[in-house]
Write a protein that binds this ligand. Structure first.
Ligand code: B12
Ligand code: SF4
Length: 513
């Protein structure tokens, strides 16, 4: 029976986005180091999460039930699970952590299905909270958490940042890591964070609110030990760095690349960066990055409107992006560019500028080929960001309850300051890019399917059929022909069939920067 059950709420209703719950692995590792028995349950992966909880929870015993939620759908699933726990395990303490409760601690605590909240990185706070709970002590001395006492909401003083580099190596066996390894940039790819925080100040981003523009890198030696372990024990051969801003320190990036080469890791890797970052590397340094396995970067281009970039304090001049793109393509580094439209800005002028810019990028550069993609989102006001206040002035209605915060999702948010005409234009553009994505992802999947089909006579016809469809997809991609997307129509018509459903979900998948 576990002392602590950590539940990672579903990110979308039909889970597909199962990424490694890194936050929970780090929390679980620290708790176990201190002799606390932990179970991690990922709602995105476990089809029968409730049944699993029944096996590890005891109705007659106190335990902590942790819930992690970003703003959006994760809250809804978190509330659903909290309700189940409250009803069946009255002795459990419901502790919420992660981004939403960290940004809006007071509002989160107002909900009956929340007993305590943890603000920011939880590795030290959760350990203290568990000990206090086990020993029936008051929570009043625990900095960085909030709780309720006699119907009063109490938020303790804030806590400084823990020394991240001092923490133990991750205990990967707290989860079934094999279920998370993606056939992605390499056959067995993991996600990993090698640093926390970011020194920049983009007005739409929540990182600054929690990390106060600090940046905490893990020592290179530690990252390498972790990778060696993953390679030797799980056959990992690729890593997607999910650091908020991986390229913050050029010195560290180069050191890490050298160490990856020296240790013969032979990983493929990708990371998130800013448009101004790759241009700081000379050719020899870029060669080193490539040699160490860099194959893709995801860049937050955000907008083609300089006024919008200034409004969001991106601290970047728009033309710089072209240099980054050229460097990437010259060095065969694939790119994902992420744009947003619909900032609270006069007349929505950013919309036309950005949509036109994306169009011209598609015609100038090989976006749509070889894993080069452009993503387009609505700007969504997330709490805690500087732009959030401006969005309120422009007519954004703040959700009042935890349940209504769950409805604030990037794909569905329609800003009150965007006109119907502008909205239609955005929707049309999004549909076009979804179609492009459909063909790109479809071609990748068909190619994999083709490779796996047997050459035995029985399967020959199927193999031939797959090959023909694959060729048709490839032709469309290389000639940029996306009208009359008949195959897509067929896929949607049969979208209940698992493989089609997977493709549909992949097409709708969004990324974060
Ligand atoms: C990977 C990622 C995702 C993955 C989630 C996978 C996963 N398993 O975590 C995916 C792609 C699904 C995703 C989706 C979205 N994401 Co995201 N994502 C990230 C990213 C890049 C890394 C998360 C991570 O692993 N961090 C590393 C770990 C170690 O830190 P952590 O998760 O924060 O956990 C620590 C603390 O938060 C705390 N903690 C966390 N949970 C709990 C629970 C308890 C009980 C306790 C005590 C403590 C605690 O302790 C942990 C250890 O220190 C972050 C940015 C970042 N670098 O953190 C954005 C980020 C979390 N995402 C963000 C956003 C906005 C989104 C989207 C809403 C945007 C979108 N594109 O649609 C969607 C959500 C969709 C939805 N419908 O809900 C925002 C969150 C803002 C907010 N208000 O919630 C962030 C901060 C990005 C940003 N620049 O603003 N995301
Ligand atoms: S958007 Fe990226 S660069 Fe800007 S503050 Fe957030 S993490 Fe840093």
């Amino acid at each position: 029976m576990s002392d602590v059950i950590l539940y990672f709420s579903k990110v979308i209703e039909n889970p597909l986005w199962f990424r490694i719950p890194l936050g929970y692995l780090i929390l679980g590792t620290e708790l176990e180091k201190n002799g606390i028995d932990v179970s991690i349950i990922d709602g995105n992966l476990e089809k029968k999460a409730k049944e699993k909880i029944t096996l590890i929870a005891n109705k007659n015993r106190k335990f902590i039930f942790g819930i992690s939620a970003m703003t959006g759908y994760q809250i809804e699933d978190g509330l659903r699970m909290a309700k189940f726990i409250r009803k069946n395990y009255p002795k459990a303490l419901l502790v919420w952590g992660g981004w939403h409760s960290s940004l809006l601690p007071h509002d989160t605590l107002k909900d009956d299905l929340v007993d305590c909240i943890v603000i920011g990185p939880g590795e030290e706070i959760l350990g203290e909270l568990v000990n206090a709970f086990k020993n029936n002590k008051d929570f009043n001395g625990i900095a960085g958490m909030g709780y309720k006492k006699n119907n009063q909401i109490i938020i303790n003083e804030m806590r400084g940042f823990p020394d991240f580099s001092n923490h133990s190596l991750i205990k990967w066996d707290l989860i079934n890591l094999n279920s998370y390894l993606m056939h992605d940039i390499a056959p067995r790819t993991v996600t990993y964070v090698s640093s926390r925080g970011c020194p920049y100040r983009c007005g739409f981003c929540a990182i600054k609110t929690i990390y106060k523009r600090h940046w905490f890198p893990l020592p290179t030696a530690r990252v390498i030990s972790e990778f060696k372990y993953l390679k030797d024990n799980y056959g990992v051969d690729g890593v997607r760095f999910e650091d908020s801003n991986f390229f913050t320190s050029k010195k560290r990036v180069l050191e890490l690349c050298e160490a990856m080469i020296k240790n013969n890791l032979n990983f493929k890797w990708s990371a998130l960066g800013r448009p101004n970052e790759l241009i700081r590397y000379n050719q020899a340094e870029l060669n080193l990055l490539k040699k160490s396995g860099l194959i893709q970067i995801l860049v937050g281009a955000e907008s083609a409107d300089q006024d919008a970039l200034d409004l969001i304090t991106k601290d970047i001049k728009e033309p710089i992006l072209n240099d980054t793109i050229k460097i990437c393509f010259k060095n065969d580094i694939s790119m994902i560019l992420s744009y947003m439209v619909g900032f609270p800005i006069a007349n929505g002028k950013d919309i036309d500028l950005t949509l036109n810019r994306i169009k011209s990028l598609h015609s100038q550069f090989p976006f749509g080929e070889k894993n080069n993609e452009i993503l387009l989102f609505y700007y969504t006001p997330y709490p805690g960001s500087d732009l959030y206040q401006l969005a309120l002035k422009y007519g954004f209605k703040e959700p009042e309850t935890l349940k209504t915060w769950a409805t604030l999702t990037l794909n569905e948010f329609h800003a009150p300051w965007i006109t119907k005409k502008q909205d239609r234009k955005i929707q049309r553009a999004m549909k076009t890019y979804r179609i492009i994505k459909f063909y790109i992802r479809g071609a990748e999947m068909l190619e994999n399917l083709y490779q796996t089909l047997h050459t035995k006579r029985k399967k020959m016809f199927l193999r031939f059929l797959v090959y023909m469809v694959y060729k048709q997809f490839k032709y469309r991609i290389s000639h940029k022909i996306y009208f009359f997307a008949f195959a897509r129509y067929l896929f949607y018509t049969f979208s209940k069939v698992p493989i089609f459903k997977l493709l549909r979900d992949l097409e709708n998948e969004t990324e974060t920067v």
